[in-house]
Ligand binder design. Structure first.
Ligand code: WQD
Length: 337
């Protein structure tokens, strides 16, 4: 297929682009480069040996996007473009709703005008809010107890996609609810390159290990978990990328929802220890107060994706720490280095 990959220069996007190309698909990247680098796309071309056309546009700007896509041919879409920092969304709610929702509204209109019915959307486990129980399957309620505008924007977009599919039965829309993406391609040529202070655990640990940050703040150690620190389902970004290809190739008219996770939980301290083993570097940390909006345990039940998509994670937390360290130590300043 010829896939329009929005947000294709980002962390998930660059890895998804590479796996799509390796599976024989063609990729066109649309990105506004507000939180990503064209260098990432160039390295995907280097790794794949294939060219990747790039369209620079702010998808939330309808006129600019329609102009930018005017001469671009594609037959399917994987929609990753959007703002994704939980903390930032609390401080800038209207920006998060406008960018994330407007971009999707523009894209859905473009799809309908062109009769493109294969649509995969990057959703998030945050739509489950505070889990009633773990592991979480796709039947778990969504929308209640979401603690931030980022997660709520993802939930609202899922509802917009459902309503659009009701009005356009030919549309095949797959909603992929990510758990915690980590790691990098084994080459160390592409990886996670957060701008500013990393919000997420793994990139922060990587920056401590490489000496860019002094120490890790562990947000709380009094949760009802084995060692008291937060437990999450860390999924290697290459497994996540492969999940997108499986969803794209399996898409059918209707709405499909899948949790993309490993089904295994790891605590903050377990990640720290694993990263020290992988890097051979110390990761000093200090226990601090819990972070507002955090919950103790979030782990996926990935059974539906395992069975329906014939997809499952094959890489471990140790693999992710090894690959994250390889990327970080080879690119201490990310793509700008
Ligand atoms: C993981 C664990 C923290 C940083 C986020 C967002 C969303 C989603 C996944 C896409 C928690 C602890 C973290 C630090 C810490 N992605 N932590 N010190 O909050 O589970 O989910 O990423 O939708 O972006 O929901 O991920 O990596 O921030 O936190 O102790 O400096 O690490 O308390 O237990 P989170 P995270």
């Amino acid at each position: 297929m010829r896939v329009l990959l929005t947000g294709g220069a980002g962390y998930i996007g660059s890895h998804t682009a590479l796996v799509l190309l390796e599976h024989g698909h063609e990729v066109v990247v649309l990105d506004d480069f507000s939180n990503s680098s064209l260098e990432a796309v160039r390295r995907v071309e280097e790794l794949s040996g294939k060219s990747v056309p790039v369209v620079e546009a702010d998808l939330a700007d309808r006129a600019a996007s329609e102009r930018a896509l005017e001469d671009i041919e594609f037959d399917s879409v994987i929609h990753l473009a959007g703002l994704k920092s939980v903390g930032e969304s609390v401080a800038q709610p209207t920006r998060y709703y406008r960018v994330n929702i407007d971009a999707t509204l523009v894209l859905l209109d473009v799809l309908r005008e062109r009769g493109i019915t294969n649509f995969v959307f990057s959703s998030s486990a945050t739509v489950y809010g505070v889990p009633q129980s773990v592991p979480i399957d796709e039947q778990h309620p969504v929308g209640d107890g979401i603690t931030n505008p980022y997660g709520r924007s993802k939930f609202i977009i899922e509802e917009i996609i459902r309503d659009t599919q009701s009005a356009w039965p030919e549309l095949g829309a797959t909603l992929l609810r990510y758990f915690n993406p980590v790691g990098a391609h084994t080459s160390g040529r592409i990886g996670e390159d957060p701008s500013g202070i990393p919000n997420n655990l793994m990139p922060f640990i990587a920056q401590v290990a490489v000496g860019k940050r002094e120490r890790l703040s562990v947000f709380g150690d009094t949760y009802a978990t084995p060692d008291g620190t937060g437990v999450r389902d860390y999924i290697h970004v290459m497994d996540l990328a492969e999940g997108h290809v499986a969803a794209l190739e399996h898409n059918r008219p209707g709405i499909a929802v899948y949790n993309l996770g490993s089904g295994t939980g790891s605590s903050v301290l377990e990640v720290v220890r694993e990263f020290e083993r992988a890097s051979g570097q110390p990761v000093p940390f200090v226990i601090e107060a819990p972070r507002a909006g955090d919950v103790g345990e979030v782990v996926a039940d990935p059974t539906l994706a395992n069975t329906t998509l014939d997809w499952r994670t094959t890489r471990s937390l140790a693999d992710a720490c090894r690959d994250s360290w390889n990327w970080q130590s080879s690119n201490p300043e990310g793509y700008a280095g």
